[in-house]
Design a protein around this ligand. Structure first.
Ligand SMILES: [Zn+2]
Length: 67
């Protein structure tokens, strides 16, 4: 499952939804419309940052032998 961000075309509500498959029908939680559009960039970038942890772990990363 992937957490995607959607924007509703009817009320412009932006919401996040866990999607199990590409064909899943997503409805806006605010107005119930199915005319939603997937926003690709935002959620993906945020999860990458937390997974990498480069900013917090750079000091004590056990990669000294690599260089
Ligand atoms: Zn809506």
């Amino acid at each position: 499952m992937i957490l995607y961000e959607f924007i509703c075309r009817k009320c412009n509500n932006i919401f996040e939804e866990l999607v199990k498959s590409e064909s899943e029908d997503i409805a806006c939680p605010q107005c119930g419309s199915h005319e939603v559009e997937r926003v690709l960039s935002a959620v993906k970038g945020r999860s990458d940052a937390s997974a990498g942890g480069s900013r917090a772990g750079s000091g004590c990363a056990p990669s000294s032998g690599f260089s």
